[in-house]
Ligand binder design. Structure first.
Ligand SMILES: Nc1ncnc2c1ncn2[C@@H]1O[C@H](COP(=O)(O)OP(=O)(O)OP(=O)(O)O)[C@@H](O)[C@H]1O
Length: 265
C-alpha cells in the first residue's frame, strides 16, 4: 500500500502563506493526526492532498502518483477519499441513496456501456448495491437506511458522511473534524468506527481533530501546524511534551509555564 509524502509544500493566497515549507509522511496503515490552533493551515493541507488546492511550491505524492497538480476526481481515482467538515450530503435523499449516488459518481460508467453491455451494467449495479449495503452494515446505519439524511441527528449525519467516503473504496481516508459538534456518546462511537476502519478495513487515516484527548488516544503519529508551519511531529507522547506545541496551544513558553508563580504576584 502506498505512503503519502508531503514535501516542502507552500500554499500562498495573495500575500498570505497558509502553508510554509510543510513536509510530512503518512505511512501505510497508520492513523496520522494533524493538529494545531485555529487558522494553522490544517484544512488547507487537506485541500492540497485532495486536489482542491494546488501547492504554490513543493510536491505531494501517494505511492507512484503525483498529487501536486491533480484534480479532486483524479485524486479519488488514486484511492484517496475525504469526509468533509461541512457535510457534502443530499439532505432530501435517504442514507442508501446518498451512498449509491457517491459510488455511481465515482465509478461513472457511460450510457453506451449501460445500453450495449446491459448485462455487465446490471451486474455492476448489483455489485454496487451489495458494496453499499456492506458499508451501511459496517457503519451501523441499518436503522436509518431509508431516512432522508436531513431528518437525522447531526452525529448520525457525520457518520453518513464518513460512510459516503468509504463507498469510494479508499486506501487513504481523509477526515476533517469528524467529531466536531458531537456529544460524548457520539464521539465514542466515531472513535470506534475510525479504529475499525484502520484495523478491520486496513485503510490509512489522516485525521484533523480539535479534541486532543481523542487525538492522543488513537493516533500512531501526530503532526502539529502553527501559522502554516510544521512545528512538531512524532508519537503522541513525543508531541505532547514538546515545548513548541505547549507554547502554540497555551501562548506561554514551556519554561515560563513551568516557573512557580510568586505568591501575591
Ligand atoms: N481560499 C482561501 N483564500 C484565502 N485565504 C485562505 C483560504 N483558505 C484558507 N485561507 C487562510 O489560510 C489560513 C489557514 O486556514 P485553514 O482553514 O487551513 O486553517 P485551519 O488550521 O484548518 O483552521 P481551523 O482549525 O479554524 O479550521 C487562514 O489564515 C485562512 O484564512
Amino acid at each position: 500500500m502506498p505512503q503519502l509524502h508531503v514535501e516542502n509544500v507552500t500554499l500562498t493566497f495573495g500575500g498570505l502563506n497558509a502553508l510554509t515549507d510543510v513536509s510530512l509522511t503518512v505511512p501505510e496503515g497508520e492513523i496520522v493526526s494533524i493538529i494545531g490552533p485555529n487558522g494553522a493551515g490544517k484544512t488547507s493541507l487537506l485541500n492540497c492532498i485532495s486536489g482542491f488546492y494546488h501547492p504554490t511550491r513543493g510536491r505531494i505524492t501517494f505511492g507512484e502518483h503525483d498529487l501536486s497538480r491533480a484534480a479532486p476526481n483524479v485524486v479519488t481515482g488514486y484511492g484517496i477519499a475525504r469526509a468533509f467538515q461541512n457535510l457534502e450530503l443530499f439532505r432530501g435523499l435517504s442514507v442508501v441513496e446518498n451512498l449509491l449516488l457517491a459510488r455511481h459518481t465515482h465509478l461513472r460508467y457511460s450510457l453506451l456501456d449501460s445500453l450495449v453491455f446491459y448485462g455487465r451494467a446490471s451486474r455492476r449495479e448489483a455489485e454496487n448495491r451489495a458494496y453499499v449495503e456492506r458499508i451501511v452494515d459496517f457503519m451501523e446505519l441499518e436503522p436509518h437506511r431509508t431516512h432522508p439524511v436531513g431528518t437525522l441527528s447531526y452525529g448520525i449525519q457525520k457518520r453518513v458522511e464518513v460512510a459516503r467516503a468509504l463507498t469510494l473504496a479508499p486506501r487513504l481516508l481523509l477526515l476533517d473534524e469528524p467529531m466536531a459538534g458531537m456529544n460524548v456518546e457520539e464521539k465514542e462511537d466515531m472513535v470506534r468506527f475510525i479504529l475499525d476502519i484502520q484495523r478491520e478495513q486496513g485503510i490509512t487515516v489522516v485525521l484533523i481533530e480539535h479534541d486532543l484527548g481523542v487525538v492522543m488516544d488513537i493516533s500512531d503519529r501526530v503532526y502539529v501546524l502553527d501559522f502554516g508551519q510544521r512545528i512538531a511531529g512524532g508519537t503522541p507522547a513525543e508531541v505532547g511534551c514538546d515545548p513548541r506545541v505547549i507554547e502554540a496551544y497555551t501562548g506561554v513558553a514551556a519554561a515560563e509555564a513551568a516557573q512557580p508563580q510568586a505568591v501575591g504576584a
